[in-house]
Design a protein around this ligand. Structure first.
Ligand SMILES: Cc1cc2nc3c(=O)[nH]c(=O)nc-3n(C[C@H](O)[C@H](O)[C@H](O)COP(=O)(O)OP(=O)(O)OC[C@H]3O[C@@H](n4cnc5c(N)ncnc54)[C@H](O)[C@@H]3O)c2cc1C
Length: 484
């Protein structure tokens, strides 16, 4: 019996993996394959942190496959050509995938389906990386939703996503395995070991994802609605990199939370579950937007913003990247990002707002830095997040709503513990001053060992002046937009 190829992309798991299950159910031998297309991915090739993750995730996937009598074949090259070569080598009768909706992938899939048809090989595509099919969720006029609340309402009115399916117990192997690159050659680890912080913070792979989900679904979801804006508390699930690489599927999370909510006697159980699933809704929304508006990775959704008077300021960009802006919450977030490859959502919003509004630096430059440094760098979510903050995206925050990083810190990190952790030079400051050290008197600063301009920077811009400058910049595109 000729084998079937299962092409893994961002679905690096065995549980609830429709493509893999379909292949196993056929009864034919299965050849699981991952293709490193990095050199051909252009601007959106995975960044450094993502590549570190990918290395470990592939190792974990191979291990799980081996426990079931199979293994992962690793190849490198342009996706379509490499896959066709593998089909010819193995005589595969079908290539089976989970649908992946990044702009280049849709094109590659369409091209592959045609080329495979000519070879007499089937192309089978499943949907298990999203809860709802982005083509099925549309407005009454048949258009894509560009506002979140009606989008999510429309999703929730659809049939419930099917229950997740367990991993296959055994995976039939081919008579002969095709050659495979060693992992170290396919996706080498960085030569300079900058990834120590990442190693401490994360366990890439399906087992790490399931551990986090169990931890979250056993305890933390009960206070999600209350704690999710608090970067000083472990209030969120931290599942984002696992979701990005598909080490866990959204249906697994959906059903785990529904089951917990149904069993719980707590009055607010349903509210907490709904609040959490709504965040997964933002992920669905982001993927739908990328699917329907692929140009938005680089171009603002609201076209007027193409004329926004952004500033070119390499020095300020660097200061922001290094977490040296003099605004403690922004600096804490940027340093957390550098050390762990992750940043709390509320802090992402404040750091991104600071770059685009206080410094007037284009959102695309911030998105590029996040792309390189986040372990959860995700084209759909990152694009939505940056455009939302910059005010130029679908259902975006209004431009004139400009976060004050100091008062945001006081609200969301009330004791200053998040800042103390990531900006240790301010650790001895009392909570009252930790988010605005420039307001503290000389004696308080001296007692805390803080010397502004020496041990910690003074603010790179004054909040009130920066706010006025941002609003004035916004007026220039509003005026030009106004009807005459
Ligand atoms: C400027 C900016 C850039 C961002 N870039 C990314 C990115 O590259 N990759 C990424 O996964 N998320 C991104 N986000 C969204 C969000 O910050 C992260 O998904 C979240 O912080 C991940 O932590 P968590 O898993 O603990 O989230 P939880 O609160 O536990 O949420 C569960 C899941 O829901 C999804 N989710 C939550 N919030 C959002 C959101 N606002 N938009 C889309 N999906 C969401 C994520 O998949 C997340 O894992 C960005 C947000 C902003 C403001």
């Amino acid at each position: 019996m000729p084998p079937n190829l299962v092409w893994f992309r961002q679905d690096l798991r065995l549980e609830d993996n429709e493509a893999l299950l379909a292949a196993v159910e056929c009864g034919a031998p299965v050849i699981p394959v991952f293709i490193n297309t990095l050199a051909h991915d252009g601007q959106w090739a995975p960044g450094a942190a993502s590549r570190w993750w990918l290395h470990h995730s592939l190792a974990a996937l191979d291990k799980r496959l081996r426990q079931r009598g199979s293994r992962l074949v690793l190849r490198r090259g342009p996706a379509a050509d490499t896959l066709i070569r593998l089909v010819r080598e193995t005589g595969a009768s079908a290539v089976i995938v989970n649908r992946h909706i990044e702009p280049d992938d849709a094109q590659t899939d369409a091209e592959l389906a045609t080329r495979l048809q000519r070879l007499g090989t089937q192309w089978l595509s499943f949907q298990s990386n999203l809860l709802f099919d982005p083509d099925a969720v549309r407005t009454r006029q048949g258009r894509a939703f560009t506002v979140f609340t009606p989008f999510w309402r429309a999703c929730l009115s659809q049939d419930e996503p099917p229950a997740p399916r367990p991993a296959p117990a055994r995976i039939p192997k081919p008579r002969q395995w095709p050659t495979s690159l060693p992992l170290n050659e396919l996706e080498p680890l960085p030569e300079i070991d900058w990834a120590g912080g990442l190693r401490t913070a994360w366990t890439p792979g399906e087992a790490g994802a399931q551990r986090l989900l169990t931890e979250f679904a056993d305890r933390r979801w009960r206070s999600y609605d209350r704690d999710r804006e608090r970067p000083d508390l472990p209030g969120t699930s931290r599942l984002s990199p696992h979701l990005h690489w598909g080490e866990i599927g959204p249906r697994q999370i959906w059903h785990a939370l529904h089951a917990r909510a149904a069993r719980s006697r707590a009055a607010d159980a349903r509210d907490n579950a709904a609040a959490y699933l709504r965040q997964l809704g933002w992920r669905e929304f982001a993927h739908g937007l990328l699917h329907h508006f692929p140009q938005t990775t680089d171009k603002p959704m609201r076209e007027a913003f193409a004329r926004f008077p952004w500033r070119k300021d390499t020095a300020a960009l660097r200061t922001w990247q290094q977490g040296q802006t003099g605004y403690p919450l922004v600096d804490a977030g940027m340093r957390e990002l550098w050390r762990t490859g992750w940043m709390h959502n509320r802090v992402r919003m404040i750091a991104a707002s600071f770059l685009t509004k206080h410094l007037l630096i284009p959102w695309q430059q911030g998105a590029a830095w996040f792309w390189d440094t986040l372990v959860d760098a995700d084209l759909a979510n990152n694009t939505l997040g940056w455009q939302w903050v910059a005010g130029c995206g679908a259902d975006a925050a209004p431009y004139f709503r400009i976060f004050n990083p100091a008062s945001q810190g006081e609200t969301n990190d009330p004791n200053g513990n998040y800042v103390r952790r990531w900006v240790p030079e301010l650790a001895e400051l009392p909570a009252k001053w930790i988010h605005r050290p420039w307001k503290a008197d000389a004696a308080t600063l001296a007692a805390a060992g803080v010397k502004l301009g020496h041990t910690y920077p003074r603010p790179i811009v004054d909040h009130a002046l920066a706010r006025e400058r941002a609003l004035a910049a916004y007026q220039t595109i509003r005026k030009r937009n106004a009807p005459s």
